[in-house]
Design a protein around this ligand. Sequence first.
Ligand SMILES: Nc1ncnc2c1ncn2[C@@H]1O[C@H](COP(=O)(O)OP(=O)(O)OP(=O)(O)O)[C@@H](O)[C@H]1O
Ligand SMILES: [Mg+2]
Length: 262
Amino acid sequence: MISTKNLSVRLSGRTVLSDVSISALPGRVLAIAGPNGSGKSTLLKALSGELPYQGEASINGRSVSGTDPLALSQLRGVLPQSSSVAFPFSVAEVVSFGLVASRHHRKTEASGRIAEALSRVGLHGYEARSYLELSGGEQQRVQLARVLCQIPKPVEEGEPRWLFLDEPVSSLDIRHQLAIMQLARDFARAGGGVIAVMHDLNLTALFADDLLLLKSGEMVGAGPLAEIMHDHLLDKAFSCALKVNRVPEGDLPFVLPHTVGI
Ligand SMILES: Nc1ncnc2c1ncn2[C@@H]1O[C@H](COP(=O)(O)OP(=O)(O)OP(=O)(O)O)[C@@H](O)[C@H]1O
Ligand SMILES: [Mg+2]
């Protein structure tokens, strides 16, 4: 389980996250949504151990700030919102960065893990391609393969593992958006945990079990998606009139804007 209590983050003298108390359970996908600058990436970074925080944050009962980076890297993999690669690495090299923290150092085993991770994101056979020559969506999927190389299994040694995904489908076409969200949900259904920052509310409705809405660094609502995805909470979070509708079959919510312009 992941849990935070009164988690706050100050950056450059500004409070950018304030009193966030949430829990995320293995077996479920937690989506974080909210306007630009609302603190979504900051929250993921604090949970990842990349930023100092006040309050409490724990992964599987271990305090995030009190756990060393190597141990954290075996518990959770992080897909940042953007990743830049400055040198002309091959795709296999970029994916292999995910192996650094793992114990699988034998070369044959490493290449098998790289190939498997690439297959999972639909990039079978891309190992020798130059990363910098790939399209934006292909690069995003290579970065996800790197994370899957680091955390290939939802459960290891009886403990759930976690994927922290910051806008994992922002550059992807519709088919790959669905495939990657399905991969995230499968990871959760197999006993792991997923926390994903999402801007697409309809994909969120399709794939998330729980939803955290943030605004200006504060919680607007958190809980099961069915309890949080309502007009008034979305309106409060996004300052924009949104209407949650339902597909009659399956009672699936979908969201339409009420007004045009901001
Ligand atoms: N290193 C920093 N120093 C000062 N302020 C920062 C720093 N990093 C982020 N912020 C500020 O913190 C706030 C939250 O940023 P964050 O990146 O978490 O937003 P976000 O919700 O992920 O937005 P987006 O949807 O645009 O990705 C923003 O106002 C941002 O300007
Ligand atoms: Mg962000």
